[in-house]
Design a protein. Structure first.
Length: 100
């Protein structure tokens, strides 16, 4: 009746990743369907977003929940810069700092 709350469990989440914060058509984007347990069920890409991510590049993410009724609005977009391990030094300089 009127005033009743209906609760439906979340079936999965949709995680979108993009190379721009706008997530507009034509951007390089990926969508991942993820279960509440964290298993990736499927994903799709638009344009040619390479399989390997680029170090020192910023990627944008947003999430929405889905259940039998439909999908929620997207979460706030977050930005994350992909950082890798530093390379080996090319010309190390060794100095003594005390008695040997």
């Amino acid at each position: 009746g009127d005033g009743e709350n209906l609760t439906v469990a979340i079936d999965d989440y949709w995680v979108e990743m993009s190379n721009t914060s706008a997530f507009t058509p034509g951007d390089e984007t990926r969508s991942f369907e993820v279960t509440p347990a964290g298993a990736v069920m499927s994903y799709s890409t638009s344009r040619a977003l390479s399989d390997s991510l680029t170090f020192a590049k910023i990627y944008y993410f947003r999430v929405q929940a889905a259940n039998a009724i439909g999908r929620s609005p997207f979460s706030q977009t977050i930005a994350q810069k992909l950082i890798g391990l530093p390379g080996a030094p090319t010309s190390p300089l060794v100095r003594t700092t005390g008695p040997l």
